[in-house]
Design a protein around this ligand. Structure first.
Ligand code: GAL
Ligand code: ZN
Length: 702
């Protein structure tokens, strides 16, 4: 486990550096990230490199046993470069060139910029590629942040070239995009626009391809730097810092050439009102782990009150910094670096607080982080060989997220409604989730750690863009015995973002045993009553079904025509009264549930409970007294499996009140070895790590 900070020696007098390093070492820090915005300090004018200050900083840190991750500074092209080559600045959708003054002010396709990027990265690799104080590299900083797409002429030609490669011929493009609509047939590649300012709206097929093109441009930008660093720093590991659920770049592709994934985590930045739970952070972390099926780093972890653009968010409460660190570890972090070491007194981020306040004296936050680093050092060693148990896969694709962004269809069909709500239901039960790229293999298995181990449940959360191959992977999973849950609007779009000339769910209709006869998009706030009666999990014909549950649907209503599936939920009012809303289809040894509306949390969770039971997934938390108690709980439980049948359970209380978790099985405290459970009470923002008591077989998935 590596603990550390993001450090900006260039922003402080060097007389202060030894004290910083000493305080870091005293807090157990062994790593810092340096230099990712320091281009002007490293190269004050073209070709004149001034690395002496960085050499010295590395030396001071090295004396205290602290290693460095070096950032390439390409998120901040210096003023002299912009002055000499204003064409490297990005252009916005209105065709206006954006000015110097912030950061990330570059066009990722600009040949002139790429030339300078290569120069500075080569110079850094040359200087530090063999440096004993350097352990890894971070490329750029938060690729795609602030402003992703550029609308300059270079980007326009690059887009046309990208399309030519993708489609081969204009006929193929015209056909795929349906340019017969509004007389948009292209007779030359040069006619094709970027989706900038126009009258009315752009073709959704053009927009989706443009989103892919933009993501590819950053992937190329990243790969160029990787190639230079591989040559110049062959023994160092390479990463870039992602932004969790950020959707503009296809992180599955970008992660490919990296040695490890890292990301920036600010749980308290502009918190949603009433959002005490850590589900969204947990999902981000699970996505980061799933990109490469390996441990990840948190390259920036919130260390104080966030404050962007002059507004300051609430301060982390006592215990929260520790909680967030443990949450990262529970989801697979092998390093946590706090952003930033000391709060800046100058510059745009004066109110984005670090571990130390502006005055630089250690305070409450420093002490909490120091204590956390100490505890982390005491974690049982076998956990390094352990993996989180993930019996559930949730499918995701960036193509699909972009298609949703282009056509949201209903303001209520948010990412939260489509995907996060399913994730949260698993999260509340302590059921681990892996995020799988739609179309990838979906083996059935016990569901531990990596896809190679398989899954027991697959959630297909309103996956609008679905290929026939993707659909057949889902079908194969169900046939071999898996449980599949499918949300509304799945399977309606092809890869060109055209609507399939088929009733939804298109290529998935056969495996769902259902087609959508008609659908309705509801105004915000309107709800429709729904009656749900799930069958016995074994789907025995004629066996008595489960209890009748009354609830509601909202936002979207598919009216289902079962074709082999059984209706198990019905709308009960308006013109939809009596029409099916939810179905279950036995497929091979598995079962597929189609959910045609956005159910209220109680009904949605009833479906999740049914799926868990059907799939034989045991949760580490024992059956709560009531479903309401599950819904109200802020306790997160994360289960890991290790060698020799060992298991660990992380319990994290995200709430401001003490809370009790009720456990299945027998456990001991991982630090004190004292017996724990069945009830474990956690302080506000409290954390407990347990190990399965020797000889206890439960909870297990057999
Ligand atoms: C991150 C970024 C950092 C810093 C931080 C606080 O997104 O990578 O450089 O800006 O936010 O605003
Ligand atoms: Zn451009």
């Amino acid at each position: 486990m590596w603990i550390g900070a993001d450090y900006y020696p260039e922003q402080w007098p060097k007389e202060r550096w030894p004290l910083d390093a000493e305080l870091m070492a005293r807090a157990g820090f062994r790593v810092v990230r340096l230099a990712e915005f320091a281009w002007a300090r490293m190269e004050p004018e073209e070709g004149r490199f001034t690395f002496d200050w960085l050499d010295e900083a590395l030396e001071v840190l090295g004396r205290h046993g602290i290693q460095a991750v070096l950032g390439t500074p390409t998120a901040t092209p210096p003023a002299w470069l912009v002055q000499a080559h204003p064409e490297i600045l990005p252009v916005d959708e209105d065709g206006v060139r954006v000015g110097f003054g912030g950061r990330r002010h570059y066009c990722p396709n600009s040949p002139e910029y790429l030339r300078h990027v290569e120069r500075i990265v080569e110079a850094m690799a040359h200087r530090y590629g063999q440096h004993p104080g350097v352990m890894a590299w971070q490329i750029d900083n938060e690729l795609g942040g602030h402003r992703t797409a550029c609308f300059c002429d270079t980007c326009r030609s690059a887009f046309q070239e990208w399309l030519r490669e993708r489609y081969g011929s204009l006929d193929a493009l015209n056909e795929a995009w349906g340019t017969a609509f509004w007389s948009q047939a292209y007779t030359s590649w040069q006619q094709i626009p970027l989706p900038g300012r126009t009258v009315a709206v752009h073709n959704p097929s053009l927009r989706l391809d443009h989103a892919r093109f933009v993501s590819d441009a950053y992937a190329r930008f990243l790969r160029r730097q990787v190639a230079i660093l591989r040559r110049g720093a062959p023994h160092h590991r390479i990463t870039t810092n992602f932004m969790g659920l950020f959707e503009d770049l296809d992180y599955f592709s970008l992660a490919g050439p990296l040695d490890f994934v890292s990301w920036d985590n600010y749980p308290g930045f502009r918190p949603a009102p009433g959002e005490a739970s850590g589900a969204a952070v947990a999902l981000s972390a699970d996505l980061m782990r799933s990109l490469r099926h390996r441990r990840f780093w948190v390259m920036e972890q919130q260390a104080g009150p966030t404050g962007w653009d002059g507004l300051i968010d609430p301060a982390p409460r006592p215990g929260q910094l520790r909680l967030w660190t443990w949450q990262a570890v529970a989801h697979g972090a092998e390093a946590v670096l706090y952003f930033r070491w000391r709060t800046a007194t100058k510059g745009a981020e004066q109110f984005w607080h670090g571990i130390l306040d502006h005055h630089g004296r250690p305070g409450r936050r420093y002490e909490e982080i120091r204590g956390t680093a100490e505890e982390l050092g005491l974690l049982p060693g076998w956990l390094e060989q352990a993996v989180p148990r993930t019996p559930v896969a949730i499918l995701m694709s960036y193509d699909d997220r972009w298609a949703w962004r282009i056509q949201p269809q209903n303001a209520g069909l948010t990412f939260e409604a489509r995907l996060l709500s399913w994730y949260r239901a698993m999260w509340r039960r302590g059921v681990g989730v892996g995020i799988v790229r739609a179309g990838d293999r979906l083996p059935l298995g016990p569901g531990s750690g990596a896809p190679a181990e398989g899954f027991r449940i697959v959630v297909v959360p309103s996956l609008m863009s679905l290929t026939p191959e993707g659909a057949s992977r889902i079908e194969g999973f169900a046939r071999s015995g898996g449980v599949v849950i499918v949300g509304p609007r799945t399977g309606i779009k092809d890869q060109a973002n055209a609507v399939y000339p088929l009733p939804p769910p298109g290529p998935l209709a056969g495996v769902c045993g259902v087609t959508v006869e008609e659908y309705d998009s509801f105004p915000v706030g309107k709800r429709i009553p729904v009656r749900l009666q799930l069958p016995r999990p074994d789907l025995e014909e004629g066996a008595p079904a489960g209890p009748v549950l009354q609830g509601t649907g909202a936002v979207w209503c598919d009216v289902l025509a079962p074709q082999g599936a059984r209706a198990v939920g019905w709308y009960t009012a308006d013109h939809l009264a009596g029409r099916p809303a939810v179905t279950v289809h036995p497929v091979g040894r598995g079962a597929v549930v189609y959910v045609g509306t956005l159910l209220d949390p109680q009904l949605q969770e009833a479906i999740v409970d049914w799926a868990l039971e059907r799939a034989g997934v045991e949760t580490p938390l024992s059956a709560p007294d009531s479903q309401a108690a599950v819904l109200a709980s802020d306790v997160e439980a994360v289960l890991w499996d290790g060698p020799g049948g060992r298991s660990a359970l992380f319990l994290l209380n995200h709430g401001a009140q003490a809370a009790t978790a009720h456990l299945r099985g027998r456990w001991v405290d991982a630090f004190t070895r004292a017996p724990a459970g069945p009830g474990v009470t956690l302080d506000p923002y409290g954390v407990t790590v347990l190990e399965k008591a020797p000889g206890d077989p439960s909870p297990g998935v057999s």
